[in-house]
Design a protein around this ligand. Structure first.
Ligand SMILES: Cc1cc2nc3c(=O)[nH]c(=O)nc-3n(C[C@H](O)[C@H](O)[C@H](O)COP(=O)(O)OP(=O)(O)OC[C@H]3O[C@@H](n4cnc5c(N)ncnc54)[C@H](O)[C@@H]3O)c2cc1C
Length: 378
């Protein structure tokens, strides 16, 4: 595209870094400006499905260094009883790439190294402007950066978004919990497995993320973390039947490593563009974490936007097509995530009983389709 030579990307999270690598591959000079001057945030992890892994691998991101392929997703029901084992590994490979459980901080560090000098840290963007022939980002330290476009990949509390929607607010749910990474495996977790527990009012899980590490989480539906109380006590009180493996996680993790999270989303925010400024990833379509798809969506956004550079004649067309193509998909993810909270952590005894019964009797063909849809992001 003739009029896209230089892109300014705000935010060096998974979306911004993927976009920088993807644009670079298309011959566009992309500079990333990240608020923090180091990546020493808390360690967390995430599950990245086949469709997003393909984008990362297409950019030579070595996911094996920072994660582990997921073979089996075990689901446990309302009383902690086993319901089903989803064959993620087999189906993912049929679809062209493994799905991975990943150490997020290790991935971000590795991708930051790949972006190299095109990543500037310690740059807190405070405002952006769009002109006829350029877009400009301004930073707290008094400096500015100019490009043909500014792309906001600055997460759920985006500053760039304010340029398009001055007062957009996240819809916050009465739901929250904690996530953590531990340097060892809880004894009950087998390699390349994810164990998910769907109990009344609670969704908890633990997964192998490779390199001898595991990630775990406990989410509450209808309650928020209380910063003034012991996290371990809150979890023990909240989980109706505390699975042994989650007890092991609690025993082996320091409370300082447990990161509180709250559920919220940005359903139906539109437009994502104004002049030469675009938002993507959580800045445009933050989702609650219950479907485990937000990072996958940010990666897919980045891959798609870079592809459009070759398919569009100008920036306006590219931004419009990006929104038209991606918005229905990301709205669907946000809705699915809301449904997933109620499905996995609802409190209705009848619904939970019926759900458990259904999960225990999924025919092989139907299971294959469910997993194929998950790993393909459908
Ligand atoms: C508990 C939990 C579990 C999750 N699990 C999964 C999962 O299993 N799978 C999945 O796909 N997704 C998961 N997600 C969602 C996923 O984390 C997000 O959707 C994803 O991180 C969004 O990527 P992003 O790059 O858009 O934003 P972010 O990852 O939030 O990155 C934004 C970046 O912008 C920087 N920034 C912010 N403001 C500024 C500024 N003013 N100037 C400069 N830089 C700025 C931030 O420091 C950050 O580095 C989970 C989320 C949570 C909370």
């Amino acid at each position: 595209m003739k009029n896209l030579k230089r892109a300014v990307i705000i935010g060096g999270g998974i979306g911004g870094l993927t976009l920088a690598l993807a644009l670079r591959k298309k011959g566009v000079e992309a500079k990333v400006f990240e608020k923090y001057d180091h990546f020493q945030q808390h360690r967390t992890g995430f599950l990245i499905w086949t469709y997003a892994i393909k984008v990362l691998q297409g950019l030579d991101v070595d996911v094996d260094r920072v994660g582990a392929p997921l073979e089996v997703f075990e689901v446990y029901g309302r009383k902690g009883q086993p319901l089903t084992e989803m064959p993620i590994g087999t189906v993912s490979r049929e679809m062209g790439a493994d799905s991975y459980e990943i150490n997020r901080r290790a991935l971000i560090e590795m991708m930051s190294e790949m972006v190299g000098p095109d990543l500037a840290a310690g740059k807190n963007c405070i405002s952006v402007e769009s002109f006829e022939d350029r877009a400009v980002a301004h930073f707290e330290d008094g400096s500015s950066a100019e490009g043909d476009v500014v792309i906001g990949c600055d997460g759920a509390n985006s500053t760039v978004r304010k340029f398009i929607h001055e007062n957009a607010e996240l819809n916050m749910f009465n739901a929250g919990g904690w996530i953590a990474i531990m340097d060892q495996h809880p004894p009950d977790l087998k390699p390349n497995r994810h164990m998910d527990f769907w109990e009344p009012g609670i969704k908890a899980g633990v997964a192998d993320i490779g390199n001898g590490e595991a990630r775990w989480y406990v989410g509450m539906n209808g309650a928020l973390p209380n910063p003034d109380r012991s996290i371990k006590e809150q979890i023990v009180e909240a989980v109706p039947v505390l699975p042994q493996v989650i007890q092991q996680c609690l025993d082996l993790t320091d409370e300082k490593e447990m990161v509180p999270v709250m559920g919220g989303d940005l359903l139906a925010l539109k437009p994502w563009l104004k002049g030469r400024v675009l938002i993507m990833g959580d800045a445009a379509h933050a989702t609650s974490p219950y479907a485990g798809m937000g990072a996958c969506a940010a990666i897919a956004d980045a891959g798609h936007l870079a592809e459009l550079t070759g398919a569009c004649t100008d920036i306006t067309e590219m931004f419009q097509r990006f929104q038209d193509d991606r918005k229905p998909i990301t709205d669907g993810i946000i809705e699915e995530s809301r449904d997933s909270l109620d499905m996995s952590a609802g409190s209705s005894k009848i619904k939970n009983w019926f759900r458990d019964l259904k999960m225990q009797h999924i025919p092989d063909k139907a299971m294959h389709k469910i997993v194929a849809d998950m790993v393909n992001g459908n």
